[in-house]
Design a protein around this ligand. Structure first.
Ligand SMILES: [Zn+2]
Length: 250
């Protein structure tokens, strides 16, 4: 290789220096021109912001719940619970599922239920939603909510709010009913049982397996929770009249 003369070496050095300076200037310029990190678009808080909700898909694991023609209650409750979780989260609620797969809490039903209720208490949930599907000898159909007989008024308000949305979005003509159920009786927060429909009714059994209908039921529950929250905030202490179910046993 031919060796560079002093003059040539100096020239190359100068060119390199100028190049480096130019690159640095360009970089600094770009840094300065870079806009501030764009602000997160401000979305107003959803209607359920700040609310903690326990969604309890009834049964699971060894306990299938009602079974008709191979259709298992435990599967339907989980499918709707997963959809409901999504919808409540879209409204900015914090959602805790008592189970998110085909599992149980105990080998005995009572202990299993106890643990579900305890989980809600542990999370200091604002409300407890227990999902079930019904089965009966009658050819009954229609979604229906239950609240604890003689329990706190908020439980009744919650059950009625969800029932109203179920009446609006599904064909049910039922009304929320008082009952005496372990999870309602022992829950430390307003609670409702949503019987999503009757597996013993063929048409309803088929509907309940359709994702679109499951979404409708989930949406009715989510909107009912919204109504409940509004009602509690706007008219605290006011418990609406509950019209008697005009078509019992239908
Ligand atoms: Zn059940």
């Amino acid at each position: 290789m031919r060796r560079l003369g002093w003059g040539q070496a100096l020239l190359v050095g100068l060119v390199l220096l100028v190049l480096a300076a130019a690159l640095r200037a360009a970089w600094v310029g770009r840094q300065a021109a870079r806009p501030e990190a764009p602000e997160e678009p401000q979305r107003p808080p959803g209607p359920l912001a700040g609310m903690v909700i326990v969604v309890d898909p009834g049964h699971g694991g060894w306990d299938p719940g009602a079974v008709v023609d191979g259709v298992k209650e435990k599967e339907l409750t989980l499918q709707v619970a997963l959809l409901l979780k999504e919808m409540l989260e879209e409204r900015d609620a914090k959602v805790i599922l008592t189970r998110s797969d085909d599992s149980h809490f105990s080998r005995t039903v009572r202990e299993d239920l106890k643990q579900r209720v305890a989980m809600a208490a542990e999370h200091r949930a604002d409300i407890y939603l227990s999902l079930h599907a019904n089965k009966d000898r009658c050819n009954c159909w229609g979604a229906q909510t239950f609240y604890q007989k003689g329990g706190r008024p908020e439980g009744k308000i919650l059950a009625m709010a969800i029932q109203n949305r179920l009446r609006a979005l599904t064909e049910t003509t039922r009304y929320a009913l008082p009952g005496d159920y372990f999870v309602l009786r022992t829950s430390q927060m307003p609670a409702t049982i949503v019987e999503m429909g009757f597996l013993s009714n063929r048409a309803e059994r088929e509907r309940l397996q359709q994702p679109e209908y499951q979404r409708t039921v989930a949406r009715a529950i989510a909107e009912g929770v919204e109504d409940y929250r509004k009602q509690i905030a706007e008219q605290p202490g006011v418990v609406p009249e509950n019209p008697a179910d005009p078509s019992p046993g239908r």
